[in-house]
Design a protein around this ligand. Structure first.
Ligand SMILES: *Cc1c(COP(=O)(O)O)cnc(C)c1O
Length: 357
């Protein structure tokens, strides 16, 4: 049975978007492709409030995380860790032999500018990683404030942002906040099938990459930039997904950006109010995510059984992430094309299954 996805990726994809992928193939060196790429580029510039390059890689987000940490670090990276996804940056640095230190907060807590300031002051760092939306704990970090602190006190530090589960669901003003690399994946807030990433790249990042001898091959930002200027990509792009992205960006811009951000906040508030009433919120209230809510399983229900029962009614939510949070928490994503009514329907089903008053 088809299940509507209330999980933080892949998210529910509308039929119109699935259909947008089925148009006939075009050559990626043909004029038609450059026109498509150019149209998508201009719409992404609006969505992300940027005039800087927005690269499209045929990859999941993790690929560009790896590519960016290789190309940013000449000295040392500081990795901020507040959950399983932010920890991934550290594992990627280690796997690539990139020198890195980590600063951890308790899961459920957020990364503050003070924590970043304290940690950056302790070493000779040239790179900072921030996870905008920590999908395991449901924490949205104060990215704008962190970036403001870094720009003021550590102007040469390159800021790499994993915005995989936040971009297109929560407002990120890439240029005003002066972020260097902001990474997303198609299967989260963009509500597309997986396989495509959207990544913004600053002038500061490109200058840094010029100094890095072994940038790697596939994600090399400088090679990408050359082709980007022609509205092309060096390797073959995910043309079908880019067609779907084009259609989705039309829908988002037609909704109106402010309405689009507000819809996510509205959905989040419905889930939060419900969670406070029947369970408890896992993260500190100061850092609640607008795109996914992690709920503490204060009733000791079987999340697996709940999800099985929901499956029979055509829905799926997420268990807690990994051994640390599984069954102790569960997650409801409110991103992409879901509407407040969808969320209300889901919560009603959960109440019915669990016999909540
Ligand atoms: C899903 C997710 C990732 C992994 O993205 P992929 O597209 O699977 O590579 C990384 N970071 C965060 C915060 C995520 O939510």
């Amino acid at each position: 049975m088809y299940k509507k996805l209330f999980i933080p990726g892949p998210t529910h994809v509308r039929d119109e978007i699935l259909q947008a992928q089925t148009v006939p193939m075009i050559g990626h060196r043909a004029k038609e492709y450059s026109e498509l790429h150019g149209a998508v580029r201009q719409k992404l510039e609006k969505l992300l409030y940027t005039q800087q390059p927005v690269f499209l890689y045929a990859s999941s987000g993790t690929g560009v995380m790896e590519g960016s940490i290789r190309q940013a670090v000449l000295k040392r990276a500081l990795v901020t860790v507040c959950g399983a996804f932010s920890e991934r940056w550290f594992k990627i640095a280690e796997a690539n032999g990139v020198p890195a230190d980590r600063v951890d907060v308790d899961w459920g807590q957020g990364i503050t500018p003070e924590i970043v300031d304290e940690a950056l002051s302790q070493g000779d760092y040239d790179t900072l990683t921030v996870t905008f939306n920590e999908t395991s704990t449901g924490v949205m970090n104060p990215l704008r404030d962190i970036a403001a602190l870094v720009r003021q006190k550590y102007p040469d530090v390159v800021i790499l942002v994993d915005a995989v589960s936040g971009m297109a669901g929560a407002k990120i003003e890439v240029d005003a906040w002066d972020l260097d690399v902001v990474i997303s994946s198609s299967q989260k807030c963009f509500a597309l099938p997986p396989g495509l990433t959207v990544t913004t790249i600053s002038e500061r990042m490109l200058k840094r990459a010029e100094q890095v001898p072994n940038r790697g091959y596939y994600f090399d930002f400088l090679v990408m930039l050359k082709k980007y200027k022609l509205d092309q990509t060096p390797a073959t792009p995910a043309i079908s997904l880019i067609n779907a992205l084009n259609a989705q960006l039309d829908a988002i811009l037609a909704e109106g950006l402010e309405n689009h951000w507000q819809r996510h906040i509205d959905m989040a508030e419905v889930v939060r109010a419900w969670a406070r009433k029947h369970f408890a919120l896992f993260p500190d209230e100061r850092f609640l995510s607008n795109t996914v809510t992690t709920i503490e399983n204060t009733r000791g229900i079987s999340v697996a059984d709940l999800n099985a029962a929901l499956g029979e009614r055509g829905a799926m939510l997420s268990n807690g992430y990994g051994t640390r949070l599984k069954e102790k928490t569960f997650r409801i994503a409110h991103m992409g094309d879901l509407q407040v009514e969808d969320i209300q329907w889901l919560l009603g089903q959960i109440e019915d299954i669990l016999g909540l008053e």
